[in-house]
Design a protein. Structure first.
Length: 153
């Protein structure tokens, strides 16, 4: 197992994004670009693959200690930090639901959702019957297949 494998496993286990890894490395004054981090996580046979050196992994682990535990002056609870990471990965659905439900409740009055939707549909659209397509002649019936056999003469 090489440093790249260790780095990948830590990234997955801690659910870290590239920008969070950059932030962790900056805690120990180690600067690395997002592209270089992406190259570290590539497959070994890729043309842009980059080996993770001992210095990068060492600085990441030292920064990870500060990121999860904090400093002596300002200690943190590691479990709370991991929960924040997990919450940041989940999409925010509640905001959308609240906005739509408030607008719907204000405009609805005493109507049920079915009644409201039927009024909108009926007032906005005038239904026209669609013309039926004419029956097409099937071309497959006209073609005779020999399946690669020579023609009989």
């Amino acid at each position: 197992m090489n440093n790249n494998d260790i780095f990948k496993k830590l990234r997955v286990a801690l659910q870290l994004r590239d920008d969070q890894i950059i932030e962790i490395l900056e805690l120990v004054d180690f600067r690395i670009s997002k592209g270089e981090i992406g190259n570290i996580f590539r497959a070994e046979d890729h043309s842009d693959f980059m080996l993770c050196g001992d210095q990068i992994l060492r600085n990441f682990l030292n920064g990870l200690i500060i990121y999860l535990r904090g400093t002596k002056e300002n200690p943190k609870n590691a479990q709370e930090v991991l929960k924040k990471n997990k919450l940041s990965l989940q999409p925010k659905k509640e905001f959308v639901k609240k906005v739509h439900s408030n607008e719907f409740n204000e405009n609805r009055g005493n109507q049920t959702p079915k009644d409201l939707s039927n009024k909108k549909i009926n007032s906005n659209f005038k239904s026209k019957p669609k013309p039926r397509p004419e029956k097409k002649i099937e071309v497959v019936e006209k073609v005779r297949y020999n399946n690669g056999k020579p023609k009989k003469s």
